[in-house]
Design a binder for this molecule. Structure first.
Ligand SMILES: Cc1cc2nc3c(=O)[nH]c(=O)nc-3n(C[C@H](O)[C@H](O)[C@H](O)COP(=O)(O)OP(=O)(O)OC[C@H]3O[C@@H](n4cnc5c(N)ncnc54)[C@H](O)[C@@H]3O)c2cc1C
Length: 448
């Protein structure tokens, strides 16, 4: 069977590999000149680092298994911890389930909440059970507002969800983004249940590393996948036409006949290619973000190595939403930087519905990034090198009822024989979830 995969992000390349492993002839068509989509590496002060995704969840096996299968060195972050930048200070990030507090004493000690906010959070255990969601859905923020009070949403849920989705807590679907929280919510007060989860031996208290990366960068994953596939770059697909039991994939300058097609493009592109079959997809909102990576001279860094970065709640009204001290988080980044006398620190800018985020020159984005970094860390020196990576419409927003919308869309797609979809718009934006969607698309095609 000849299968054309549209899009050479991690979804398309993983689907291509699964199909090729199944003995099928695979051609991947990519609009851009580079493979990898949001997994991309670039040189900053002569060190090649990630300028898109830089980590993957390790407690789901799809990402780490695929990397190991390809012979890539899977590594884990150091023990350095992340902070919250609140009221002018970098404060410890207390343990949470995507912002839902798991240890109220640690939350109080962090100083992240006001005394009133803390009292409200502690009152959660005494609230009566909430009306179960059942088959329904609501936003993560509305659950946390009702149970722990608005300050917990503003100061914990917003920055944590912002880190993954660049999204807004009171708009993102709890069923799609934090299904575990939805399940706990329906069982009764959250405080005791979250505390159990956090205890040693509980899901979150286990010693297994939560995250993994690749020595050399997550961008190595698509590069290794592409090396084993026939990938044609600079080939934007315009249309999929079905004639006489086959599919024709039309590009700007030609066409490919296929027995099956995997659309592994972002939601807006997929909506366009499906031409009405899944018009709902066009409604998926996206956040535009930028990642600004700096290299500083080692001697200029004012903090130690025990902080891996910080998140910024939107109510702090800063320009950046997060910073990762890559040299402190990843040993391989530190080693590579040390060889050149530098250390790498990145910041990200942009949240959902801040369309103006990218309406700035690179120099302006760099200045905004450096101003916030200086205030948060006390850094005074200029970087020796900086890289700006823009990700327009980079992160799909999983609005309330997202899972129902995706299920309806999959039904529409399954009406077209030979067609399957994969990517960040459906079952999770994280790399393991995206790889799982690629596996599903490949299995659907091979089972038909
Ligand atoms: C800044 C940033 C940081 C992130 N950090 C992390 C992280 O640390 N950990 C994590 O797990 N996740 C992270 N994510 C999320 C994760 O990287 C993405 O969800 C995932 O990589 C998306 O993969 P994809 O293949 O679905 O889409 P994409 O990577 O968007 O790939 C889609 C590809 O399709 C191509 N394409 C589009 N239209 C056409 C067309 N008409 N014809 C042909 N090709 C087309 C595009 O050029 C692109 O290459 C991050 C995302 C961003 C933006």
């Amino acid at each position: 069977m000849v299968v054309v995969v549209v899009g050479a992000g991690i979804a398309g390349l993983a689907a291509g590999r699964f199909l090729a492993d199944g003995g099928h002839e695979v051609v991947v068509l990519e609009a851009g000149e580079q493979v990898g989509g949001k997994l991309r590496r670039a040189s900053v002060a002569d060190v090649t680092v990630d300028v898109g995704a830089e980590a993957m969840l390790a407690r789901r096996a799809e990402g780490t298994d695929l990397a190991r299968d390809l012979g890539l060195p899977v590594v884990h972050p150091t023990k350095a911890t992340s902070k919250l930048w609140v009221d002018g200070a970098l404060r410890p990030l207390p343990p949470t389930l995507m912002g839902a507090p798991m240890d109220l004493d640690a939350l109080e000690a962090s100083g992240v909440l006001s005394p009133d906010g803390m009292a409200r959070a502690r009152a959660e255990a005494d609230l009566g059970p909430a009306d179960p969601l059942g088959d329904g859905d609501t936003s993560v923020g509305s659950i946390i507002d009702a149970r722990f009070g608005r300050e917990v949403t503003d100061r914990l849920v917003e920055p944590l969800l912002g880190g993954v989705y660049a999204g807004r807590a009171r708009e993102i679907s709890v069923k799609a983004a934090v299904p575990k929280l939805a399940a706990l919510h329906d069982r009764g007060p959250l405080t005791p249940q979250l505390a159990v989860l956090y205890r040693p031996g509980g899901q979150r208290g286990s010693d297994l590393p939560v995250f993994a990366g690749i020595d050399g960068g997550m961008g190595l994953l698509p590069e290794a996948l592409a090396a084993g596939l026939e990938v044609r770059t600079g080939r934007p697909v315009r249309r999929i036409v079905r004639t006489a039991g086959r599919l024709t994939v039309e590009t700007l300058d030609g066409s490919e006949a296929a027995d099956a097609v995997v659309l592994a493009t972002p939601a807006h592109a997929t909506a366009h290619l499906l031409d009405g079959a899944a018009a709902d997809l066009a409604l998926v909102d996206h956040a535009s973000v930028a990642v600004i990576t700096h290299a500083f001279r080692i001697e200029d860094w004012p903090l130690g190595h025990d902080t891996s970065g910080f998140l910024v709640p939107p109510d702090q009204r800063r320009r950046i939403k997060a910073s990762t001290f890559s040299f402190a988080k990843w040993d391989w980044v530190r080693r590579a930087g040390e060889a050149r006398g530098v250390l790498h620190v990145r910041t990200s800018i942009g949240r959902a519905r801040e369309a103006h985020t990218l309406d700035h020159t690179d120099n302006e984005l760099v200045a905004q990034s450096l101003a916030d970094l200086a205030e948060a860390t006390g850094l005074r020196a200029a970087p020796v090198d900086t890289h700006v990576q823009r990700w327009p419409l980079g992160l799909p927003q999983y609005a309330v009822s997202h899972t129902a919308r995706v299920a309806a869309m999959r039904r529409a797609v399954s009406d077209v024989p030979g067609l399957a979809i994969a990517g960040a718009a459906y079952d999770g934006v994280g790399i393991p979830a995206v790889i799982a969607s690629a596996r599903r698309a490949a299995d659907e095609i091979m089972s038909r």
